[in-house]
Structure formats: C-alpha cells, structure tokens
Design a protein around this ligand. Structure first.
Ligand code: FHN
Length: 423
C-alpha cells in the first residue's frame, strides 16, 4: 500500500487526544493476559512453535483446546482485586490463533472444542466490573499463508506471501474487533519482521481511527525502537518491555512485564515476590509510566491460585497506598534503588524501598519548602531542609511497611511544576 503525503498529514491530524491519553496514564496499572492453545504444552506462546513443539503438533493444539474452567468474571475480578484499571488480552498472537469468532480465519476459537468467544466474554465482564477492556493484536502471523514468514527460526521456510491480502484481512479482523468489542486501547506487536513496513502501520492507524477516533494505540504499529519515538514510529505511546522504562515526563509510556518469567503459562514458573511486584509498579509510576503486568492462565482456563493470591496482595498494598500511584506524575527525583517519588498537587510521595541507615538524603528542591512530612499511615517524620545541602529525612529503626514505604512530603506549593531533580 502506498501512503500519500496527505495520509501522513492525516495521521498527525487524527492522533489520539491528550485528554484520552492523560486518562490512560492516570490508570497507571493494567493486566496483560497471554492465552491460547499453547497452554496445553506450557511452553511460550508462538515462540515454542517449530522449537519445543513441532509446527504440525502446535498448529493442531486448538483441536484439543477446551478451557472449560474459563470464567471471564473471575479473570476480571483478579485484575480488579489487584488494583488494575485495565485489562489487555491476546486476541491473536504470532501463532495466528484467534480467540474471537472471526469470519476471516478458520483458525479461531469456534473451531476448537471450546466454541465460546473468549474476547467477547472478557469485554462483557470488563464492562460489568468497570475495568477498561483492551486488545492485543499481532501484525505478524506465522500461520497465515499470505504472511511471508512461516518460521522465525528457518528462513528457508519463508514464502512469497501476499502482504496486500494479509493487510486487507487484518483490516477486516480489526473492524470486527473494534465494532464488536469497542476496546479502550489496542496493543500491537510483531512489527520487527521485514515484511511489515511503516506504511502498513500508518495505513492501519488511519483505518482504526476512521472506526474509532479515541481508541488508544501503542507504538508497535510502526518501525523503530519500542522505547523512544523516531521517524519510523506509528502509535500513541512507548512500550518498554520486561524492564521499568526510563523516567520520561514528555512521552506517554507503559512497561509490559511478566509476573513470572514466561508470557504464556508455564508449570512451576518463577513467580515474582510481592516486593518485586510492588517496587516494579512504584518505579514505573515514579518514572511517569504505566505498568502492564502479565499473567498466563492455565490450559483449563483458570489463573494459577498462587498468582491470584499475589495479585490480591498487590491490591491490598494499593488499597493503603494507591493515592501515591493512581493519577500521579513521576518525579521530581529520578528513581534509584533506595527510593523513588511520585507527586500530585502540593504533595510529593517519597517511596522508600530500603535504607542504609536512619538518614535519607534528598537533593534540595528549587525554591520550595517542605511544610511537613509523615508516613502515609500517619506517623510523623522529622526532617531538616537546607537550600544547599538538601533535605534529610530521619527514618525510624524499623520501616512500617516490609514491602514499600510511602512518606508524604507536603510542600508550600504545587509539586507538579517542579523540574526533574538530578540525584
Ligand atoms: O514476541 C512477543 C512476545 O511473545 C510477547 O507477546 C511480548 C509482549 O510484549 N511482545 C513480543 C516480544 O517483544
């Protein structure tokens, strides 16, 4: 497809509004779900095809796929109990299997034993429980005969394909998804392979916006880095992966990170500790970003009980300290291993992860005074402040929260206007 100059101009004219993106960034915390027939093998979705699982076997797993214990309300409740404000499901991953009844590919859930619209049931449950519903969609598809790459591990298996037909099918599938499920955000992926060029990304972005001008679109429709906008970028926000993004007050960004190691379910995978989970969330918010935290449900449709417990523990922490996360801005200090800060109005939320001793030194804040300081659970905190030597917080022998502590610094004026302070 050739995108004319007008089309490029049109993209600038149809970008998702700041109001919509600000609403997204205020949510701070979402659930990512990687699910599909590969859960029958406990190997990585799409990437274990032609590797741990021979292609023929992988591509026929759908015939056994029957997650009879799938309960959309339970998945959404697990997200909500974790304090997550949005949920993103892999409607189609690189293996090409569609979790919704699409008219444009027979390789879909209605031709498995399960014969239920997983995407649709999740959309309904999210609406009922007040969680924003989002959809992951791959722009590469190793199962689709029109897509030239059939095996990322062996280019001799590549075919000519027909990218025009492939893109046309993608538009038809996206139209089904957008008009039927009305997603809040679309999470594209798979833009790194050669057949996908930026012009397709621009054309798809324009097409999506013609269907819904407010749907949020990540930056993986274009080419180039996930973590910074460049000439090749197409999309609204940056997507660092498996690490907390750098502090960035200019561009919206969201880190996607797994609660275990694998994206799809893996038996006995390593589950992150509560401390790791909370401090990952805090450092993401302190960097002015969102966290899309991934779970991989089991082959029978349930999430692992230990993961549901961990999610609830995260939610319990957020029930006490969520004011220091939701709707805040990152900074003014750059996160480090001892502390990180978020801010809202005249308050800085000082997140203390660990302490070397009972003194926590913060660089001075330009032309602004801290009026008082206290732990979010209420205990007063003494401190000294000096324009040259900065702020020294006196910490108790034992910090009140074993996972992550929040000290509120009440300032004499708005903290959100402060520049980033190098520490
Ligand atoms: O290849 C995928 C991977 O399986 C997973 O879906 C992640 C999630 O962000 N994205 C791609 C790797 O960057």
């Amino acid at each position: 497809c050739i995108v004319t100059v007008d089309a490029q101009k049109q993209i600038a004219d149809i970008k998702t509004s700041k109001t919509v993106l600000d609403d997204f960034m205020d949510k701070r915390f979402g659930m990512f779900i990687h699910f599909g027939p590969v859960s029958l093998r406990g190997t990585e979705i799409s990437w274990s095809r032609n590797k741990e699982v021979p292609r023929e076997e992988y591509d026929n797993l759908y015939k056994e796929f029957n997650p009879v214990l799938f309960n959309a309300d339970a998945w959404v409740k697990a997200a909500k109990d974790a304090g997550m404000k949005y949920l993103t499901i892999t409607s189609k991953h690189h293996d090409g299997f569609c979790l919704w009844p699409t008219a444009f590919s027979d390789y879909n859930i209605m031709n498995s034993q399960f014969k239920r619209d997983i995407v649709g049931e999740l959309a309904k449950a999210c609406k009922k429980q007040g969680v924003a519903f989002c959809i992951y969609f791959t722009v590469l598809d190793w199962h689709d005969s029109d897509y030239p790459v059939h095996n990322p591990y062996d280019s001799t298996q590549n075919v000519i394909g027909d990218m025009s037909r492939f893109e046309a099918r993608m538009k038809n599938e996206l139209k089904e998804i957008i008009t039927r499920y009305k997603p809040y955000m679309l999470w594209f992926d798979g833009n790194w392979e050669k057949p996908w060029v930026q012009e397709y990304g621009k054309d798809i972005y324009r097409y999506i916006k013609s269907l819904d001008k407010d749907v949020i679109i990540n930056n993986r429709l274009g080419k180039g880095e996930n973590t910074a906008f460049s000439a090749g970028s197409v999309g609204d926000y940056l997507t660092p992966e498996q690490n907390v993004g750098e502090l960035n007050m200019k561009d919206p960004w969201e880190s996607c990170i797994t609660i275990c190691n694998q994206w799809a379910w893996k038996p006995n995978d390593t589950l992150k500790t509560l401390k790791e989970c909370i401090q990952t969330l805090v450092k993401t918010a302190a960097g002015n970003g969102n966290l899309l935290f991934n779970v991989g449900p089991m082959m029978d449709g349930r999430m692992e009980a230990r993961q549901v417990v961990r999610l609830k523990e995260i939610g319990n922490w957020l029930a006490k300290y969520g004011t220091s996360i939701y709707g805040t801005k990152g900074g003014p200090y750059i996160p480090n291993k001892l502390y990180a800060t978020t801010r809202k109005g005249n308050r800085i939320y000082l997140h203390v992860f660990e302490k070397n001793n009972n003194k926590l030194a913060l660089p001075s804040l330009p032309n602004i005074k801290v009026k008082k300081a206290y732990f979010m659970n209420g205990n007063t905190v003494s401190f000294t402040q000096d324009n040259s030597s900065g702020i020294e917080i006196n910490l108790p022998d034992v910090l009140p929260d074993a996972v992550s502590n929040v000290i509120v610094l009440e300032l004499e004026k708005n903290a959100e206007e402060l520049p980033i302070v190098n520490n």
